[in-house]
Design a protein around this ligand. Structure first.
Ligand SMILES: [Fe+2]
Length: 269
């Protein structure tokens, strides 16, 4: 039983570039996929664009088998406190919305949440939050409706990170007869953020090594960094499954990148 876990599709940009990343997988490969888990960044402007993205995916797989976890881009030109609307869009197209959600496929449970970051990677939360506020589009293009539609602030995404992290800490030790896969948008490990460490790293990922070692899920798949890295910690496979922007992917390489997200659940046991 195979699932496709894929992050950073940015389908609006691929459409604009006149390219279809899904054509990189054969019809036989698509027919063997039990479910698609979108691990964030389906499109910008979700109120308008999500439905077209889901319809595009529906050419390859029944939308009832598609589960969408929002990434930071899925809140652009939208609001951080608007997930009920995102869930409604997914539902109206026959797909499923994920946030702090458990999906069971076969006997594998997938624990899915966006995650965000704690800005703590370099030991100076305030400095990293200041960098995020001045340099990251998230804090320009995402609004907080409950606070008068002002731009969101880094302490607000940090609070969501703590909430999502506590949810994982609560869910992971619950007994389950079968493998566990964690799916997040943001990166859970400092060594998988980028090839060259930099001051933006605390905005892309956090160090969740302790949590991973305590609970040892079989796999943790994530995106956001567009950096195709992986490692193993104890018995946990950590893998980035970003597709990326069309200008980051050579024509003909789409299938190779998508196949990084094809997980045979039987192999996890
Ligand atoms: Fe992202």
């Amino acid at each position: 039983m195979t699932v496709l876990i894929i992050a950073d599709l940015h389908l609006d940009m691929w459409t604009e570039a006149g390219r279809d990343p899904f054509a990189g997988l054969s019809a036989a490969a698509w027919s063997g996929i039990e479910a698609v888990i979108v691990a964030g960044d389906l499109t910008n402007k979700p109120r308008i664009r999500w439905k077209y993205a889901i319809r595009h995916l529906s050419r390859y797989i029944d939308p009832g088998r598609v589960h969408i976890l929002p990434g930071n881009h899925d809140y652009y030109d939208f609001k951080l406190d608007g997930e009920d609307r995102l869930a409604e869009i997914a539902r109206s197209e026959g797909a499923h919305f994920l946030q702090k959600s458990e999906v069971v496929i076969g006997n594998t449970r997938l624990l899915c949440c966006t995650l965000w970051t704690d800005f703590a990677l370099h030991g100076d939360v305030a400095a990293s939050q200041a960098i995020a506020k001045s340099r990251m589009n998230d804090y320009r293009y995402i609004r907080n409706a409950g606070a008068g539609y002002r731009r969101i602030r880094p302490y607000e995404t940090a609070a969501i990170h703590q909430d999502h992290r506590s949810w994982l800490e609560t869910r992971l030790p619950q007994s389950h007869l079968g493998p566990t896969v964690v799916v997040t948008h943001h990166c859970p490990h400092p060594q998988l953020i980028s090839a060259t460490p930099g001051e933006l790293d605390p905005i892309y990922g956090s160090d969740l090594t302790g949590l991973i070692q305590r609970h040892q899920p079989e796999a943790w798949m994530f995106g956001h960094t567009h950096f195709q890295a992986e490692t193993v910690i104890g018995r946990t496979l950590l893998r980035n499954v970003s597709l990326g922007y069309p200008d980051q992917v050579l024509t003909g390489q789409e299938g190779q990148i998508l196949r990084r997200g094809l997980i045979d659940l039987q192999n996890l046991e």
